[in-house]
Write a protein that binds this ligand. Structure first.
Ligand code: MCN
Ligand code: CUN
Length: 791
């Protein structure tokens, strides 16, 4: 059998994932695998109501359970000053509800028992006297005069308004609209969806009563940020808190925030003096952890009769649930939605976003969202198709006509974002060539003649990933920059320590490849350490596809520091001036005399030896760095989806999907393709199957995988991938992030394809998910509101 280690590999390119040696053999170590001596188990009581006053909580029967050690309520926490915790958005969230519950599934009490089952049993024994209150589950009704005020805990809060925010120039945009030949408008919903990683959230807290040191094993995409938040909340110094995020079974943004369950495992360990594990089940996960989207958008496009897009005007109503717990950079309450001008060269653009509270779970930035660019791309790509519909134009041609041109880069959008690099027409043309676009249109026309429904959906996207710069971007005051540390051992083996955290993206492989590319070390000789705050440098973690743009850059630069130091060591070894040396692959060699050189391994040994080094040069080969990105990176792509729709049932079959992605230089093309495959499947899921819907009482209607559907290979075609490579000019290795690209770009391609198929029925728009019922409803003049009840 060939193991990864037996395949020598250095630098960029396709290589098997180092982490799969353990992951595919079932040898991963996830939070629920953590078993500590004397460990106890916690379980949460959650509210069955979406909105209710809590009159009283009787825990006596639960406490009497023979295996129960403690039952903790919000009243207990109040005494500790811990009943409320800060969210990452300068709001507060109840750890355990005291006054009232504000969404179905909210945490009300925590039971600690000797085993998991007893904890669950005892949860059932808690008696809560709830007094149901009126519910607002529809964002459109949240600001009605008679809507119940959800956040009456907040002083001065007299309605459900959270924020108003705008971007772009309103007057300029209105002027463009006033003079435009064509104006089209559409109401577009991006419904609430859930990232649904296979591993739910959980933690094991171990507070050592002797040393006062807390070790927390937890499902966290951002261990350092979490540690600082715990330090602030608990008043503990950071060095007394160790956050370990072991293997993570998918994060997709869901594991960026801090959940009450994590805090309760910590409180539980403090109260009992024993380690306490809390791991939620699927229903709890789907009901109470970070969801995504829930954006009600109105888009308007101004254009000329022959299809030149001039302006874009957008109004958004953002449903944030009961607590504003989105994890987006502080200055951006609507995330990066203002990149809503997409891939088009416009004269003017303006948008407003209003955020409101509803009786739904908090969260909002998850599911490969790039801080709301998903919503923005969906909106603009849907709007371009709406315009194509009105102008009877070909959607690919219309896009081609309006794309930002290669010579316009770096391109500043009307909302002030600077796209670093791109060649958009080339990507779209490649996708069209791969698809055989003209033949597809011919086939569609023939099928329409026969009354068959075939659709071709086109979407183009620009992503914005790699937050910071820290000057503009922070989370709870923590600037978005990341550290890296690299140590080369005497034998030339290396340890790289990074601040980001893989959840399946393959960092243990790709980050080793970055070091290998810089130093010529075999990938197998480089160990990548991540996910442990005691072992890694500070940094903000993995989300917003920022690992490669930020931490990947830090990794390349820290390796270059080592290379520079290795040059001095080599010059001492070879007794020549450093200036006379040149780097070649894995060695410093004398210019003009390549026979004379020293490999990085030889240099590493010498750096640890008795070799005399020049004055002021320390021995050993270690370096650290902190990388503050000068700008985001802007990957992009062109997607084409082909569907067949069943006339009788509205059922959709995705027949083909062509995806051309440009993420700059690819470190590991196989991993990039894996990321794209996953994101495309996400897109099929969101477009056709997924919604977290609610009924009028705020009952959550998607709390299991029977209701909330995950796409499988049966729903997905065999993806057809293409690539163009436009390096990022400001990134040390020219790479851009890619982890969320396909999730951002694909839903609209699928939706545009379905709507293209049913165009003969006079349908211009219908909201996701395009379930058979939604498609059939649209075809038959009976559109449905997909977010309020599953039809
Ligand atoms: N990569 C590469 N060349 C590039 C860009 C990326 O080889 N030019 C590689 C990277 O080195 C890394 C992977 O592709 O191994 C993804 O890199 P990047 O785009 O930097 O994204 P992150 O590593 O920061 O991952 C975060 C991103 C996000 S925000 C979500 S959400 C998401 C996604 O990754 N969650 C995922 N992909 C996921 N994939 C898995 N399996 N599980 C998740 O939870
Ligand atoms: Cu928004 S989902 Mo990813 O950024 O972790």
């Amino acid at each position: 059998m060939t193991t990864v280690e037996e395949r020598p590999h250095t630098g960029f390119g396709r290589t098997l994932r180092k982490e799969d040696v353990r992951l595919v053999r079932g040898k991963g170590n996830y939070v629920d695998d953590v078993r500590l001596p004397g460990m106890l188990h916690g379980a949460l009581l959650r509210s069955p109501y979406a909105h209710a006053k809590i009159n009283s909580i009787d825990t006596s029967a639960a406490e009497a359970h023979p295996k129960v050690l403690a039952v903790i309520t919000g009243e207990t926490l109040k005494g500790l000053g811990l009943a409320w915790m800060p969210t990452l958005s300068y709001d507060v969230q109840a750890v355990l509800a005291t006054d009232k519950v504000r969404y179905q599934g909210q945490e009300v009490a925590f039971v600690i028992a000797e085993d998991h089952y007893s904890a669950r049993d005892a949860v059932e024994l808690i008696e809560v006297d709830y007094e149901p209150l009126p519910v607002v589950a529809d964002a459109k009704k949240a600001m009605d005069a008679d809507a119940p005020v959800i956040r009456d805990d907040k002083e001065g809060q007299t309605n459900n308004h959270i924020f108003d925010w705008e971007s772009g120039d309103q007057a300029e945009t209105d002027a463009v609209f006033a003079n435009a030949e064509v104006v089209v408008a559409e109401d577009i919903l991006y419904p609430r969806v859930h990232p649904a990683p296979l591993e739910t959230c959980g933690s094991v807290a171990d507070m050592d009563p002797v040393t006062g040191k807390l070790t927390l094993y937890t499902t966290s995409q951002a261990p350092h940020a979490h540690r600082t938040v715990y330090a602030l909340v608990a008043g503990l110094p950071e060095h007394k808190i160790r956050v370990i995020a072991p293997d993570i079974g998918g994060g997709f943004g869901n594991k960026v925030g801090i959940y009450p369950g994590y805090v309760m495992s910590i409180v539980g360990s403090i109260v009992t003096g024993k380690p306490v594990k809390w791991v939620e089940d699927r229903a709890e996960h789907l009901m109470s952890t970070a969801f995504a989207r829930d954006y009600h958008m109105r888009g308007e496009i101004a254009a000329t009769k022959d299809g030149k897009i001039l302006g874009l005007r957008v109004k958004v109503l953002a449903d944030h649930g009961a607590f504003n717990a989105t994890a987006q950079p502080t200055k951006f309450p609507a995330g990066f939605f203002h990149v809503f001008t997409g891939s088009y060269d416009l004269q003017a653009a303006h948008c407003t976003v209003t955020g409101v509270y509803t009786n739904k779970a908090p969260g909002g930035v998850a599911y490969a969202c790039s801080f709301r660019i998903t919503e923005a791309v969906y909106l603009v790509e849907r709007m371009v198709d709406v315009l194509a519909y009105e102008l009877k134009a070909d959607p690919a041609e219309l896009r081609m006509k309006n794309l930002i041109q290669p010579e316009q880069f770096p391109y500043t959008t009307k909302t002030g974002w600077e796209y670093d690099s791109g060649d958009y027409p080339k990507a779209l043309q490649l996708a069209m060539d791969m698809a055989g676009y003209d033949e597809l249109r011919k086939e569609q026309a023939e099928k329409r003649e026969r009354g068959e429904l075939m659709g071709i959906g086109v979407a183009f996207f620009t992503e914005a990933v790699g937050a910071g710069p820290r000057k503009h971007m922070d989370i709870l005051g923590l600037g978005m920059a990341d550290g890296a540390e690299l140590r080369i051992h005497p034998t030339g083996k290396a340890v790289l320590r990074i601040s980001v955290k893989t959840q399946g993206q393959g960092h243990e492989t790709t980050f080793a490849q970055i070091v290998g590319n810089e130093l010529g070390l075999p990938t197998a000789d480089i160990d990548v350490v991540h996910g442990d705050t005691d072992q890694t440098p500070f940094g903000l973690g993995t989300y917003g596809s920022r690992s490669t743009p930020v931490s990947g850059a830090a990794t390349a630069l820290v390796a270059r520091k080592i290379r520079d130091k290795a040059r001095i060591v080599a010059s001492a070894m070879l007794e020549v001036s450093p200036d006379d040396l040149e780097w070649e692959g894995n060695r410093w060699q004398v210019k003009g005399d390549p026979e004379q050189g020293k490999t990085i391994q030889e240099i590493a040994m010498a750096a640890h030896s008795s070799l005399e080094l020049p004055e002021g040069v320390e021995g050993h080969l270690d370096a650290t760095t902190v990388y503050n990105p000068p700008n985001l990176t802007y990957p992009f792509g062109a997607y084409i989806c082909v569907v067949d729709v069943d006339k009788g049932t509205g059922g959709v079959k995705v027949r083909r999907f062509i995806a051309v992605d440009d993420c700059g230089v690819r470190i590991n093309p196989m991993i990039v393709e894996g990321q794209v495959h996953g994101g495309l499947a996400d897109g099929v899921g969101m477009a056709l199957m997924q919604v977290i819907a609610f009924d009028e009482e705020g009952n959550h209607l998607g709390a299991s995988f029977m209701d909330y559907l995950l796409p499988t290979s049966l729903e997905c075609p065999s993806w057809e991938l293409g690539e163009t490579v436009t390096p990022s000019p400001h990134h040390p290795i020219g790479a851009k992030g890619v982890g969320e690209s396909a999730t951002v770009g694909s839903p609209c391609a699928v939706v545009n394809a379905v709507l293209d198929a049913i165009k003969p029925y006079g349908v211009r728009h219908a909201d996701m998910p395009l379930t058979p019922a939604a498609v059939w409803g649209a075809m038959n003049g009976r559109p449905i509101r997909t977010d309020l009840a599953i039809p």
